[in-house]
Design a protein around this ligand. Structure first.
Ligand code: CDV
Length: 303
């Protein structure tokens, strides 16, 4: 008997400035997931807001949540709990104690218990491009580069793995840019992660020139292959800030990187698959060769 879990990626089109509107759309996706008997649903990076880091905004405090659940998010907790469904909920976090801002996700178990939080570790940003680019009259020219460093501090929680009551599933989370760092993924694998949710906002952008348009799919599937965990990639879709976002949400098979399920639209869409958690440790330390690792020779990786 395997330990089976049905997981879902809840892809979303452009986020509304009205956070309640986004919650409404998320509730529709939870309802659909409940019909498909999903055990764990993952939402997109910064699911409650637009991907506001695309521009320089003076007044941005309203995008952040200081507590979870909050009056805004309580309906999501309720709907997921009633469906006996766990949830990976990415959002803009303001730490009320230190006043710091993070690009975070909470991990909520099927009974509504908050298992913990992950804060995006690798925060992309290109602020220097803004400062160097002067528009008419010496004013900063409005560009559309990634401004995440303006809005988020680098995560300080490491790469925790959370254990769900559902099948004892070991769940990890990485957020967008993090997926490009094999070290982050390997840390999760070595801590026993069986399924890793990876929400993202990836605009097809001139800044990324030279990168394959298939980059996102290649990276998600590669991580599933090399770290022997299931990957649930949850993308932002559609056009926002004048850019086409990547979409392409998928669930990749542990150890092979094969696509188990993939969205077919460029908007709000749920895609789900049933995964066999027992495959992970057996495969990782069996034919996949984790027991042959030579960490004593990997020092350059941590310098
Ligand atoms: N939101 C992100 O972290 N985006 C990054 C790039 C585009 C800076 C990504 O890896 O998709």
């Amino acid at each position: 008997m395997g330990r089976y879990l049905t997981v879902a990626a809840a892809q979303m089109g452009p986020g509304s400035e009205n956070k309640a509107e986004n919650v409404k759309r998320m509730l529709v996706l939870i309802k659909e997931a409940a019909q498909q008997k999903v055990d764990f649903i993952g939402f997109v990076e910064l699911a409650l807001t637009p991907f506001f880091a695309m521009e320089v905004i003076a007044d941005y405090d309203h995008y952040y949540e200081e507590q979870m659940p909050s009056p805004l998010t309580e309906p999501l907790f309720k709907a997921a709990r009633e469906a006996n469904m766990g949830m990976v909920l990415p959002y803009a976090e303001k730490d009320p104690l230190y006043g710091r801002y993070y690009n975070s996700s909470i991990i909520v178990d099927c009974d509504g218990t908050i298992l913990g939080k992950y804060r995006k570790t690798h925060v992309p940003g290109a602020m220097f491009l803004m400062e160097n680019k002067q528009g008419p009259g010496g004013t900063a020219q409005k560009t559309y580069y990634f401004m995440e460093k303006r809005y988020f501090a680098p995560g300080d929680l490491g790469f925790p793995v959370f254990q769900s009551k559902k099948e004892g599933a070991k769940i990890g989370v990485l957020i967008c840019f993090d997926r490009r760092f094999p070290e982050a993924c390997r840390c999760l694998a070595l801590s026993g992660a069986e399924v890793v949710f990876i929400p993202y906002n990836t605009p097809g952008d001139a800044l990324l020139a030279g990168m394959s348009p298939n980059m996102n799919e290649i990276v998600l599937r590669t991580r599933a292959y090399e770290d022997f965990f299931y990957v649930v990639g949850v993308g932002r879709a559609g056009i926002a800030y004048g850019r086409q976002f990547n979409a392409g949400s998928l669930i990749a098979e542990a150890g092979t990187g094969d696509v188990k399920a993939m969205v077919s639209t460029d908007g709000d869409e749920l895609v789900s698959a049933t995964i066999d958690l027992d495959k992970v440790t057996a495969g990782r330390y069996g034919y996949h060769g984790f027991c042959e690792r030579r960490p004593e020779l990997y020092r350059p990786v941590v310098l």
